[in-house]
Write a protein that binds this ligand. Structure first.
Ligand code: SF4
Ligand code: SF4
Length: 230
């Protein structure tokens, strides 16, 4: 039997109804309100990592991640106030500041969610510059080429491997600037540790995980395997 209980909230000045257990993000998307996200994926448990989905709720002292905040009756929610947009722009600029400038030669092209979100927030060139992470591209897997230089640490791949594939191959490793996604005990993503299912690849929002057949010839730099055979 369908649950008839409704939760009434105010979303950007309009009275709307959601269902119990629904998050602010789910309600907003259902009502056609576009809230940018990078770590959120509809098939995965929300992690609240990227914080881009923050919104303002009247009476709450801080901005809240809409992907993890359930609706409660009477909430007054603003998804695009000046404070919210400024916070999103700053968060995204920090991500872009440590991301390599290889968009023109990256196979992800216009499918890159980082580019899409930057465009939606009107950010063309980041004002900030930070030390970049450099990791050699690795194509040890049957299907996946990993280029962790492009990784934005959204953890979608980790959750997908755990929640969908039930494999737990991937995890966060190291701390501080050295923090990165590792496979096994920080090994190559090869047949020894990985079940080569493509699940992680399918949820990566950027070009950090790409199909072998798409990646090597367009990245403009050799993969580890290519270097070995040179
Ligand atoms: S390809 Fe390997 S690491 Fe990726 S989800 Fe499948 S088992 Fe996990
Ligand atoms: S490899 Fe892709 S999915 Fe995994 S954390 Fe990095 S950006 Fe996210």
């Amino acid at each position: 039997m369908r649950c008839r209980v409704k939760i009434e909230v105010t979303l950007n000045g309009e009275q709307v109804h959601g269902r119990p257990g629904m998050t602010i993000l789910e309600l907003a998307r259902e009502k056609g309100v576009d809230i940018p996200t990078l770590c959120y994926h509809p098939d995965l448990t929300p992690a609240g990592v990227c914080r881009l989905c923050v919104v303002e709720v009247e009476g709450w002292r801080t901005l809240v991640p809409s992907c993890q905040t359930p609706l409660s009756p009477g909430m007054v929610i603003r998804t695009h106030s000046a404070k919210v947009v400024a916070a999103r722009r700053m968060l995204l600029e920090l991500v872009l500041a440590s991301h390599p400038d290889v968009c023109l030669v990256c196979d992800k092209g216009n499918r890159c969610e980082l580019r899409q979100v930057a465009g939606s927030l009107g950010i063309i060139l980041p004002r900030l510059r930070m030390k970049r992470h450099y990791h050699a591209a690795e194509d040890a897997s049957q299907h996946v080429v990993r280029d962790l230089s492009k990784c934005i640490l959204c953890r979608r791949c980790i959750r997908a491997c755990h929640e969908i594939k039930k494999a737990d191959i991937l995890a966060m490793g190291y701390q501080g600037f050295g923090c990165k996604v590792i496979a096994g005990r920080d090994q190559a993503l090869d047949a020894e540790v990985c079940q080569s299912c493509d699940v992680c690849l399918s949820v990566c929002p950027v070009g950090a995980l790409q199909r072998r057949e798409e990646a090597a010839h367009v990245q403009g730099r050799p993969t580890d395997r290519a270097r070995e055979t040179c």
